[in-house]
Write a protein that binds this ligand. Structure first.
Ligand code: TYD
Ligand code: MG
Length: 465
């Protein structure tokens, strides 16, 4: 009997979150998912004591960091997100929805490493060599020094990379590789975790960086990269809005640098192209019509980024008024609408409201509240927003404007792009105005709307009717 055997025992593992339990449960107490616990026999393996693998403890002051430990790639956005480049022996997980561009990014990075004289083993468990070749042709990757392996068995993969000793290992995707001896399905939590641990061990031992692609799916059958986040060194997410060509590579964990970094790319026919000056790109298609349109200096990570927020109000034809939030938070839109009705006196109760961020970039931060409020007020009053103005500030429930982080950086970015006035919360403007820019402090949304909307005279909110 398995249970009485001292060297092996039975546990139950949640296939959703990896939680282990000694007894079977109908519902995982950790992630609350029903029927997700699967029985698993764990065999206690006595690992051979090795004096070669475990060096003695070293005094911190004696640890040397070589300059060559970081491989800086000729792709500034990717380097930025990694905190300066790929660290030798590090394991980087790139998560993202299917079709977002993970394989494209990995192939491009592989090509860059080969251009710098390194060899790369690109393991694909999902695509055939022919499919990868087709993608490589689209990307203009010739592929000297880039070795492809279409394999899912991790032991075979480790054999091959051990033989080739490349400068970079790419696994696309971690859900597709498996260890047949584990007897659970490919992509299950046990498989994914075990495979990652083995790869990590190999990468650390050989000081070779490894890049893993991981799917994020809503389907519980496939383990998402969430469980791996604890294991790997760096976790990046490739994100993008539907129908938008822009992709954000966001760092959520980094053992070698800041997690506040975001890289911005555009998906083009020739692959992902870096967007070095995102503010200019997001504003470049701006028309001269400024009713219902406000430029907001947002922050993506630690990076200021100017985006255009548009709003349209129109009388509700029947029934309940509708609110549509594209790329902004729906609940914040409701809150701002309520503040505009109660604290500013705009009668929005019979108006449909649509708010949109042009360029398809998602703006979640509260600092964009004032921009949204101003855009709605501008559309409702049919008054233009001052064309040289940007607006930033969090809106409170009593209609007050609250300070936001990094105001100076935001104002500097707006000044760099030629904006002359920056509407800011009164308490936040404690720095010298950037050259060519005037900081306009406002204490409330009402005051800000009075300043920001032009044509009928500043300082007051004129009645439309
Ligand atoms: P892919 O890298 O296969 O996504 P993932 O690995 O995350 O599932 O890329 C998917 C999309 O990218 C696909 O719909 C086509 C598009 N694409 C381009 O627009 N340009 C290109 O050069 C390439 C290679 C892909
Ligand atoms: Mg892929």
């Amino acid at each position: 009997m398995v249970r009485s055997n001292k060297s092996s025992r039975t546990i139950f593992v949640c296939q959703q979150c990896g939680k282990e339990s000694l007894k079977w449960l109908g519902r995982c107490p950790h992630c609350q998912v029903w029927n997700s616990l699967v029985e698993k026999t764990v065999v206690a393996v006595v690992s051979p004591k090795s004096s070669v693998l475990t060096p003695p403890p070293q005094e911190l002051s004696q640890v040397v960091i070589g300059a060559a430990d970081r491989l800086s790639l000729p792709m500034a956005e990717f380097n930025r997100v990694l905190g300066g480049g790929l660290v030798a022996g590090s394991m980087v997980l790139i998560g993202g929805d299917p079709g977002i561009g993970k394989s494209t990014l990995l192939l491009q990075v592989s090509a860059l490493v080969t251009q710098m004289g390194g060899t790369v083993v690109y393991v694909s468990g999902e695509e055939t060599l022919r499919q990868i070749k087709l993608r490589a042709e689209r990307l203009g990757v010739k592929g000297e020094g880039l070795y492809l392996l279409s394999e899912t068995d991790l032991d075979a993969i480790l054999d091959q990379i051990e033989r080739l000793k490349p400068g970079l290992v790419v696994i696309d995707s971690i859900q597709a590789v498996c260890l047949p001896e584990l007897e659970t399905t490919t992509g299950s939590i046990t498989q994914v975790r075990e495979c990652t641990l083995r790869l990590m061990h190999w990468a650390k031992l050989n000081t070779v960086p490894a890049l893993l692609a991981g799917h994020v799916t809503k389907d519980g059958a496939i383990a998402g990269p969430k469980v791996l986040e604890h294991i790997v060194d760096v976790v990046l997410y490739l994100e993008g809005e539907q129908f938008s060509a822009y992709r954000l590579l966001r760092c959520v964990k980094n053992r070698f640098g800041s997690t506040n970094e975001v890289g911005i790319f555009e998906m083009k026919s020739g692959g992902l192209v870096e967007v070095a000056n995102p503010s200019e790109v997001f504003l470049s298609r701006r028309g001269s019509q400024a009713v219902g349109s406000v430029v907001v200096p947002t922050l993506e990570g630690s990076r200021p980024l100017l985006v255009e927020i548009q709003a349209l109000t129109s009388p509700t034809s029947f029934g309940q008024p509708r609110r549509t939030a594209n790329c902004v938070d729906f609940n914040r839109l409701l809150m701002i609408t309520a503040v505009l009705s109660r604290r500013v006196g705009l009668r929005l109760g019979n108006q449909d409201i649509i708010v949109n961020v042009t360029g398809g970039l998602r703006v979640e931060e509260p600092a964009a509240d004032l921009g949204i409020a101003l855009a709605i007020a501008s559309s409702f009053r049919d008054m233009e927003v001052d064309a040289g103005l940007v607006a930033v500030g969090e809106v409170g429930l009593s209609g007050e404007l609250r300070a936001v982080p990094q105001l100076e950086r935001r104002a500097n970015e707006a000044a760099r792009l030629g904006f002359q006035r920056c509407l800011v919360p009164r308490g936040g403007a404690r720095f010298p105005a950037p050259e060519g820019m005037e900081l306009v402090p406002a204490a409330t949304v009402r005051e800000a709307i009075g300043v920001g909307l032009v044509r009928h005279g500043a300082g007051s909110i004129p009645n439309k009717d």
